[in-house]
Design a protein around this ligand. Structure first.
Ligand SMILES: Cc1cc2nc3c(=O)[nH]c(=O)nc-3n(C[C@H](O)[C@H](O)[C@H](O)COP(=O)(O)O)c2cc1C
Length: 192
């Protein structure tokens, strides 16, 4: 069987982002499991805030089509996103909204969410690690009829979570990370 292809999407563009750092750790773990890993930045897919008038006049932006196709060329997708005010950042929600509007030839809108497996992770300096944002994100993806695996990692106190080699210090976090990686690979392989 060919290598499983995993796409990792950080939900923050900030220099020094805790979520981008966690995305790097997650990417390493998937590579250790022999997955073929791609990490992108939503900064490479700038999109206007969704507006139906804009879409009616100009159509779906090329960046939304490109992002949808990037997702569609992978078997599993991991969003690693901050929690903003107990939910997910507008950057991520807006990207999801636009991607659901893409209708490639022979496909229906939102099909890309229904045909692959998703996993969620977050990092925060706070005690909850962004878990409330992930709950909100699960609700949104369930509306897209996406299969989101139960295992997730909400990394609390994320600014202090690493040793000098950039590995997670807490064995509980490592166990959650490994369980998420294994489950996403297993589920994505079943959907191939
Ligand atoms: C608008 C805004 C809202 C935030 N709301 C939350 C929150 O609800 N829960 C939380 O744990 N952190 C919250 N934070 C703090 C972020 O978790 C923190 O800034 C984090 O470092 C952002 O992720 P990043 O480092 O990947 O950019 C918020 C930050 C901003 C800017």
């Amino acid at each position: 069987m060919s290598a499983i292809k995993i796409l990792i999407i950080p939900g923050s563009l900030r220099t020094g982002s805790l979520n981008a750092r966690l995305a790097g750790v997650i990417a390493r773990e998937f590579a250790k499991a022999d997955a073929d890993v791609t990490r992108i930045s939503l900064g490479d897919y700038p999109l206007p805030i969704y507006d139906g008038d804009f879409e009616a006049k100009s159509g779906v932006p090329a960046n939304a089509v490109n992002l949808k196709r990037m997702i569609g060329s992978h078997h599993g997708v991991v969003f690693v996103t901050p929690e903003y005010n107990s939910s997910l950042p507008a950057l991520v929600k807006n990207a999801v909204d636009w991607v659901t509007r893409v209708e490639d030839r022979g496909e229906t809108q939102g099909q890309v969410f229904r045909e692959r497996a998703f996993a969620l992770a977050s990092a925060s300096e706070g005690k909850l690690g962004g878990a409330r944002g992930l709950a909100a994100f699960r609700l949104i993806l369930s509306g897209c009829r996406a299969l989101v695996i139960p295992n997730q990692l909400a990394l609390s106190f994320a600014d202090q979570a690493y040793d000098d080699a950039d590995h997670l210090k807490n064995p509980g976090d490592v166990a959650l990370l490994q369980a998420m990686v294994k489950q996403l690979i297993d589920v994505a392989q079943h959907m191939m």
